[in-house]
Every structure is written in C-alpha cells, then in structure tokens.
Write a protein that binds this ligand. Structure first.
Ligand SMILES: *Cc1c(COP(=O)(O)O)cnc(C)c1O
Length: 379
C-alpha cells in the first residue's frame, strides 16, 4: 500500500488569526504571564459562555482543577467524590491537596457520573461521619453529564460541584453552555482539545470574587504591600500573554470546529450504521448537545463474528491511523488502587469495548476515505 500521512485522533488546527495576536504581543513587548491578550481571551470566553460567567485564564486545565479545589476549601484528609471514568488530570489535584478521592461509576447513556451511585457514595460517606467536600463531574468526550440530576443531588446534600468541562467547550445541556454548571467549572486548551493555546486552561465561575481569588492564588498569592508579603500558599499558574494570543485566534474558529467535529461524528454514524455489533456513541436525547470532541465506538464481539476492539485498533494502526481505547477508569489505576469505588462495571465495560476514532476538525475527505476503506475491509 502507498504510504500515507498519519491520521491523528485530534491534532491542533489553527484558524489563521493566531499569529497576528502573538505578533502584537511581541511588538508591544507583552511577553509575560499577563497582558492584553490574557484579558481579551478571558472577555471573549465570558461572552461566549454567557450566564454571567467570570473566567480566569491559567496555565492548564489541571491547574484550574487544582485552583478550583483550593477555592472550594478542600484540605488534607477531606473526601472528594470524582467520576472514575475520566482522564487522570480530573483526579490528581485531589492528591495535590492531600485529600482522599472516592470514585463513582458512570451511567450508560452519557458515560458520565451516575447520579444513583453518586448519591449512594454520599450517603455512605456521611454514615461514616465524613461528608464529602466536593463532587467532580466530567463531560467526557464532550458529552454533557446528567446535569439536572447531579445538580439536584449537589443541592440536596449541599456539596459543591466542580465541573470538568475540559473536553466540552462548545457543548450544551438544555441549550445552556457546558462550563456554566458547576459552582466552579474548568476548561482546557491543551494541544489535543477542541481549541488550543498550545497549553492552557481556565477557571470559570459566576462570581467576580472567585475570579479575583483564583488569579491571586495563580500569581503567587502576593498580598497588597510594597514588598513581597504572603499570607497564603501561592502557585504560578497564570496563562502567558503569548498563549492567550493563540487562544484569541482560536476563539474565532471555535464554532467551525464544533461543526466539523460533529460532522466527523455523523460520518462515523453512517459508516457503522449497517455493521452489526458496533455502536457509535450518540447523544441520548435532544437535551444533550455534544461538541463531539472525540467520536467513539463500542465493539461487541458476540455480534461481530468475533471481531474485537483490539482488532479494530490494530487494523487502524497498520494503516497509519491513530485510535485509542476509552479512558481506563481511575479505580482500576495502580495509583488509585486503595481508593473506594461506588458502582458496578459500566466504566470497566466501556474501557474493555470502547475505542476513540480520529475526530479532528482538520481531517480531509481523503482521510475519511482512508478510514472508510479500513473499516470496510475489516468488517
Ligand atoms: C485534558 C483534560 C484535563 C486536563 O487539562 P490540561 O490542560 O491538559 O491540564 C482534565 N480533565 C479532562 C477530562 C481532560 O480531558
């Protein structure tokens, strides 16, 4: 077979205006973790998210989660409930604070935190005398979690939600944007996300006070004094003005990226519609609107004449096409082997049968033909 260029799962996709914002930063010597691009990027995000959102741009989504836990008052030995089926960056900041993660399984329709197991976990923690300090819920692959049900539990037990919207900029639930549902929400602009700043993130809230507090901690917690005075632990988490320039350019093409990622999902829906035993992950109802950051399938060998997820992955790899198993749940990770878990085997099954497929907004018709050829010759 003729050699072809590698088809990636999700690679950076520049819109065109990014370099002019970066050039402006150089021309005006704002080469620092503050400046007009940082403020401009935050304003654009605030306008995009609406709902009175206040945005603090930081160095990564992980940093935003860490700041979020600090602002929610999470301390040593506190319990934080966390969706098990996610990327480790959702959970690691719990450990940065010396707190204890308790993991919760997913439900089958959104693949995100199961409200029933979540409530069971809360009741169990309370009965052991330790009310959880926060709930981390994730919109995985851009699919909104069951927002109403999670909100209801959060209110019933008075436990705040940290909404991990790292993968879900451009998604919405009941026509309200993801990134506006948590007591604190976070976004990521890593290189593989729907828009990128080369590396970056944001902490989102509905409170100017929280925004200011986040920026204070993210810039070394310098008290108001002529010398350097510190009464809190600080971090160096602010976004650079260069990265924010890339972000401003990327915001101009965010809507296009959402449209193109959703078209990739439709492409897979059509490609697999007549293949028995392969399911393309879709929104459960019109309440959910996914940016389809990554399109994913589950492969059920009892219906595919024995073809497994691994067979599909290997066939793609041979054709120079990247694909990747779904997230390995946190409660199965060596680093979290001692953590408690509430649920059954939903996330475990997804990990066994699921595969993420190339989903970038920059894939071409030729790329899609290549992917189609591999699928058709395998099935
Ligand atoms: C990417 C990601 C993060 C972390 O964001 P970074 O900007 O890479 O630090 C957190 N949670 C989820 C679900 C992610 O996909």
């Amino acid at each position: 077979m003729a050699s072809t260029k590698k088809i990636w799962l999700s690679s950076p996709h520049m819109g065109g205006a990014e370099q002019s914002y970066v050039q402006e930063a150089f021309d005006t010597n704002w080469v620092a973790p503050l400046g007009p691009n940082v403020n401009g990027f935050e304003e654009t995000l605030e306008e995009y998210l609406t709902e009175g959102s206040k945005v603090a741009a930081v160095s990564s989504g992980t940093a935003a989660i860490h700041l979020g836990l600090i602002l929610l008052g999470v301390q040593r030995n506190d319990i934080v409930l966390c969706q098990s089926f996610t990327f480790s960056a959702s959970a690691n900041p719990i450990l940065y604070q010396g707190a204890t993660p308790v993991f919760v399984d997913s439900e089958e329709t959104t693949w995100n935190i199961c409200p029933i197991h979540l409530e069971n976990a809360i009741k169990a923690c309370i009965s052991k005398g330790k009310k959880p300090k926060a709930i981390i819920a994730v919109h995985l692959y851009g699919m909104p979690y069951q927002v109403d049900a999670v909100q209801e539990i959060s209110q019933k037990y008075d436990i705040p939600v940290l909404e991990d919207s790292a993968e879900a900029l451009g998604s919405s639930y009941k026509e309200r944007k993801c990134g506006t549902f948590g007591d604190i929400s976070i976004l990521s602009f890593n290189g593989n996300k729907i828009i990128t700043t080369s590396g970056g993130g944001a902490l989102v809230s509905r409170s100017q006070r929280i925004k200011e507090r986040a920026i204070f901690i993210a810039t070394q917690a310098r008290d108001d004094a002529p010398h350097y005075e510190h009464s809190h632990i600080g971090h160096n988490y602010r976004m650079s003005n260069i990265c924010a320039g890339i972000g401003r350019g990327q915001m101009e093409v965010l809507d296009d990226h959402v449209k193109l990622r959703r078209e990739m999902n439709s492409f897979y829906a059509t490609l697999f519609q007549d293949i028995k035993g392969v399911k393309v992950f879709k929104e459960p109802s019109l309440d959910f609107y996914s940016n389809h950051w990554l399109s994913a399938i589950t492969v059920h060998p009892e219906q595919t004449n024995g073809i497994t997820r691994e067979d599909v992955r290997h066939a793609f790899a041979k054709a120079n096409i990247e694909s990747r198993p779904l997230w390995k749940p946190m409660h199965l990770q060596p680093i979290f082997k001692d953590a408690l878990f509430y649920g059954k085997n939903v996330s475990e099954k997804l990990f066994e049968t699921g595969l993420c497929l190339p989903s970038g907004s920059n894939l071409t018709n030729q790329d899609r033909e290549h992917i189609k050829g591999v699928v058709q010759s395998l099935f």
